[in-house]
Design a protein around this ligand. Structure first.
Ligand code: ZN
Length: 438
């Protein structure tokens, strides 16, 4: 009971803060603002730019000038001298409807079994708010985990100005096959909800893709592998799900309607079917073998690695689950390094939602740099590269004339201390200011 009261109280406070910010955001959307930045990482230049004046008119960037004085009649925002200005960050793998999977808090299952849709939507609203607060002005949300088309509703509420939140590229329900997604392990005589739309056969899978696209999906998300375990030879194995024929039906439908397909795939048969079937992005890619990497290069397939999430909630060491959890993390590190060396296209993604939303989204940058990316490459994965994945080149992920005015600032220099990206002091989305330096 006390816990319930405290959650409601927190939500009420967040809502009133959010309302004030939405009001400011609406007012700002019609005005012109000049931002004076001591240091700018514009998304494309290799070197930082200094003493820059960014002119925003409406929801677009009008000019990015070296020095100069702001045009008269404009609001001028002068960011602190130690601040680094960046394009709004992009997380290409989130789940706003999921709230962590800590077993002690009921894990994944309780969220589908016991939480009403309104409760899950309220919490998704808070998750969306947190994205913006942490400088992530765009997300690709890769499925609602049993919350149906909830992401479409949250996106509508953000776009119509009712709640603050990032730009959302939504994937709605996601697709897998029988036995290919939780909930699992219940009495077979009881019908339990599932976290994704489960169908079998190319006809039904194509229909699922059609339904999701008809109901507003921007991307189609497919689970090409499911459970994973360590076999008796010590190798990480993952269960393949859709057949090649089934995936081709989904991808053909999505591509025909000019939408892309994001495929959860760890390793082995399922990973290779994902590539043979035309997936546009491989999510996680825990164990990419050499032929998978060369096929990704040939086809221009993206990798969205999501490193940090595999360091959460490890089962005890000498259990099958514990061995699996450790094997996943160690295979992933090797896989990421191989992909990086081969110049596979990599976009920033976290699996937030699998991670509690109260944790920093930007912790992922630290893993990317630890495993060999330069800070510049890691930042570009979350800006210009992520925008390319979303087919928004020149519109998102850059601070440049003509782009949407999605601009953030962090305290300090992320090129020398990557965790500076956790210290977001200024957030503008679509020309509207959501957070200002204190
Ligand atoms: Zn995910």
């Amino acid at each position: 009971m006390p816990r319930r009261v405290s959650i409601l109280t927190i939500f009420a406070i967040l809502s009133s803060v959010a309302y004030a910010q939405v009001t400011e955001a609406r007012a700002a959307a019609d005005t012109s603002i000049a931002i004076q930045a001591a240091t700018l990482l514009d998304g494309t230049s290799v070197e930082p730019r200094h003493n820059v004046l960014i002119v925003v008119r409406g929801n677009k960037i009008a000019a990015v000038n070296q020095g100069g004085t702001p045009p008269t009649g404009m609001e001028v925002i002068t960011l602190p001298p130690n601040a680094t200005v960046l394009p709004g960050l992009i997380d290409t793998h989130t789940h706003i409807f999921l709230q962590g999977e800590d077993p002690a808090a009921g894990g994944y299952d309780i969220q589908l079994l016991k939480f009403p849709a309104s409760f899950r939507s309220a919490r998704a609203t808070v998750s969306a708010r947190r994205c913006l607060d942490q400088g992530f002005t765009t997300i690709r949300d890769v499925e609602t985990e049993g919350a149906g088309y909830g992401d479409i509703g949250i996106k509508m509420a953000i776009n119509q100005g009712y709640i603050p939140g990032p730009r959302i590229f939504a994937s709605t329900r996601a697709i897998s096959v029988t036995g290919g997604y939780p909930l699992e392990g219940y009495n077979p005589d009881i019908v339990v909800p599932t976290g994704a739309q489960l169908e079998d056969g190319p006809v039904k899978l194509r229909k699922a893709a059609r339904e999701q696209l008809a109901n507003g999906a921007d991307w189609i998300k497919v689970y090409m592998t499911h459970r994973s375990w360590v076999d008796k030879h010590g190798r990480l194995v993952s269960q393949p799900t859709l057949t090649l024929e089934e995936l081709k039906a989904v991808a053909d439908e999505a591509h025909g309607q000019q939408h892309k397909v994001a495929c959860h795939a760890y390793s082995g048969i399922g990973l290779h079917r994902a590539l043979d079937g035309g997936c546009d992005s491989i999510e996680h890619g825990l164990d990419l073998d050499d032929s998978a990497i060369s096929q990704m290069l040939k086809q221009g397939t993206w990798l969205v690695p999501t490193l940090a999430v595999y360091y959460y909630d490890w089962a005890p060491e000498n259990t099958p689950e514990g061995r699996r959890d450790r094997a996943r993390a160690s295979a992933h590190e090797v896989s990421f390094k191989k992909a990086l060396k081969a110049h596979v296209k990599i976009a920033f993604g976290t699996d937030m939602g699998g991670i509690p939303w109260s944790d920093p989204i930007a912790q992922e940058f630290g893993y990317m740099v630890k495993f060999g990316m330069s800070p510049t490459e890691a930042i570009q994965a979350a800006t210009v590269k992520a925008a390319e994945l979303l087919d928004m080149q020149g519109e998102l992920g850059v601070v440049a004339p003509g782009a949407y005015a999605d601009i953030v600032a962090v305290a300090g220099d992320p090129l020398t201390k990557i965790d500076a990206l956790k210290e977001v002091s200024f957030v503008m989305k679509d020309g509207a200011v959501y957070k200002r330096p204190k």
